[in-house]
Design a protein around this ligand. Structure first.
Ligand code: DAH
Length: 339
């Protein structure tokens, strides 16, 4: 028995010293100490040992097992340390290399302009509100004094979802939703996405943005409209900007106007930028139609108001002198990086 144990111990020592990796170390462990391992087999033959010798033999077997386990653990530790050393030398980091700066994004030009517009109007006491992009025919048309069969309905090529549900063609329905709440007076700004079935070109897109504005209070007149919008464009385009109101027609305002600003490139003399006009159209506006007030539950005998609608992309293109609207949507970083 003693001989046999010495043999196993010597063999184990040799095998462990020769083991090339952790896997073969494990194989050795199983072969020697496992359920069917040599040591176990030896223990099973205890029955052949005289009973008085059994404790001694048992102790011997244990000693050998402990010795083998110790050797295995020692070898394993050495191998793991070696593997770690190799890994570290592989992944060596040269901290003296020059740093690469992480790319930081920047605001989309539309976002920058919208934030500027919101800053100007909130400074004048306006509150920024939102309305749904999916609207009903009532809010998008009917309540804005655009009844069925009205030609204005065809002008705005509408994406219909059902006969009564559509993608809003303008942000004006938000006016109605605010008026219906009945919290007067109102000074609101409603920026948002609008949709029209237009072909894509340099000045059109099926989805673009408008900024709606409305003020309702007692005694609001056209001069409030003019003063507010003049203040707005002078903050946006510069102190010397002049405004001009041209009569126009919108079903929801009466009277209605389009507002031009003096060309901020040539100051009004006429240049390539303003196509020789000296003026650039930037928004539609007017005094809220009494019928529109009444439909939303506001008494036009007591209250009056003005409203306006700005095309956000139009302002962005002007302000940054971009000549193709598509550039705003392509998200080409080389383009967007410039702003
Ligand atoms: N909703 C109009 C459009 O899409 C723009 C507009 C014009 C809005 C006059 C207004 C307004 O609030 O008073 O063309």
């Amino acid at each position: 028995m003693q001989e046999k144990l010495d043999e196993i111990r010597a063999k184990a020592k040799a095998q462990i010293e020769e083991a090339a990796d952790l896997d073969s170390l494990n194989d050795i462990r199983v072969a020697l100490l496992g359920k069917k391992g040599e040591l176990k087999t030896l223990l099973n033959s205890m029955k052949d040992v005289a009973p008085e010798d059994r404790p001694k033999v048992g102790q011997m077997v244990n000693e050998v097992r402990e010795a083998i386990e110790g050797k295995l653990a020692e070898a394993k530790e050495k191998m793991e340390a070696e593997a770690l050393k190799q890994k570290l030398s592989f992944e060596k980091i040269d901290v003296t290399l020059p740093a690469k700066r992480a790319k930081v994004g920047n605001s989309h030009p539309n976002t920058s302009v919208l934030e500027e517009v919101e800053r100007i109007f909130t400074g004048m006491g306006f509150t920024v509100v939102e309305g749904p992009e999916v609207e009903t025919d009532y809010y998008n048309f009917e309540a804005l004094n655009i009844p069925a069969n009205h030609p204005a309905k065809d002008e705005q090529d509408t994406f219909y979802i059902t006969k009564d549900i559509l993608l809003r063609t303008q942000t004006s329905p938000v006016q109605v939703r605010e008026m219906e709440k009945g919290n007067l007076p109102i000074r609101m700004l409603a920026p948002g996405r609008v949709f029209r079935a237009d072909e894509v070109d340099a000045t059109h897109s099926p989805s673009f943005h408008q900024i709606e504005g409305m003020v309702i209070d007692k005694g609001i007149t056209m001069s409030d409209l003019k003063g507010t919008l003049e203040q707005f464009v002078q903050e946006l385009f510069g102190k010397d900007t002049k405004v001009k109101f041209r009569p126009h027609h919108f079903p929801f305002t009466e009277p209605s106007a389009e507002m031009d600003v003096s060309c901020f490139k040539c100051g009004g003399k006429g240049c390539r930028f303003c196509k020789g006009e000296g003026w650039i159209e930037i928004l539609g506006c007017g005094m809220v139609h009494p019928r529109v007030l009444k439909m939303s539950g506001i008494d036009p005998e007591v209250y009056s108001g003005f409203a306006f609608g700005i095309g956000l992309e139009r302002i962005t293109l002007l302000k940054y002198e971009i000549d193709d609207m598509r550039l705003l949507y392509e998200n080409d970083i080389r383009f967007l990086d410039q702003f």
